[in-house]
Write a protein that binds this ligand. Structure first.
Ligand SMILES: *Cc1c(COP(=O)(O)O)cnc(C)c1O
Length: 219
């Protein structure tokens, strides 16, 4: 068995063990394939894995245009910062955007969605640490931003995403993200990476974004 498949099965196993039987939601696993070649991704595709994540539009276009022709029903997730001038390349290829973090980007996506007659499933990225230069919508901006996106721009906002501040206990932020999502009645939570996916799952994550635990270390 290929190493990456083995790694994926180990992650699934850990999730099953750490979830209590009362809580039935098993999060989806996004295999984060950024920096890895098509060759490295193929075993997982052939194994039948459907959800993959990238963080750069250009790199994704080069890799996934080919792959998506051959493998149907793949869900491609954009996780990284998106420049507005990349939206026209983003939309045809991707199914999910996890990193909506500003109004200009929201506007651009809205326009492009009308043009291309396609809608992304979108997460609003939350910035818990608003002093630091970091991507995301701050807590005080969230409700207004959410309203603008849904009511005025007609975006399909399905949930919230966060990258917890480094060197802090991630669990505090996972709990906060769930509270925020509940407040505006969003069901999906994109939280948890290689080093904290079990904590994220315990706190209601619905999409885990896992790279190195599946594909190995990146260069
Ligand atoms: C790279 C990346 C991940 C995956 O990181 P790992 O620590 O390798 O699991 C998850 N989310 C985002 C936004 C990323 O850029």
């Amino acid at each position: 068995m290929h190493k990456s498949i083995n790694n994926l099965l180990n992650v699934k196993n850990k999730l099953n063990v750490s979830k209590s039987s009362a809580d039935k939601t098993v999060p989806k696993i996004i295999a984060v394939s950024k920096t890895f070649s098509i060759e490295k991704i193929l075993p997982l595709l052939e194994h039948g894995h459907k959800d993959f994540g990238e963080n750069k539009v250009q790199e994704a276009v080069e890799k996934w245009t080919k792959i998506k022709n051959k493998f149907q029903n793949i869900n491609l997730h954009m996780l990284g910062k998106v420049q507005t001038n990349k939206v026209r390349f983003l939309l045809p290829l991707f199914d999910y955007l996890h990193s909506l973090d500003n109004f200009k980007l929201a506007e651009k996506i809205s326009k492009e969605e009308v043009k291309k007659n396609k809608k992304l499933k979108i997460f609003i990225q939350i910035n818990f640490d608003n002093e630091i230069q970091k991507s995301g919508i701050t807590l005080s901006e969230l409700e207004e931003f959410y309203k603008e996106c849904t009511l005025n721009l007609n975006l399909n906002i399905i949930g919230l995403m966060c990258l917890p501040p480094v060197n802090r206990d991630p669990e505090i932020f996972f709990k906060k993200l769930k509270e925020l999502a509940n407040k505006i009645q969003l069901d999906e939570l994109s939280m948890g990476m290689s080093n904290d996916f079990e904590e994220a799952a315990r706190n209601g994550s619905t999409f885990l974004r896992i790279g190195s635990k599946i594909f190995g270390m990146r260069n």
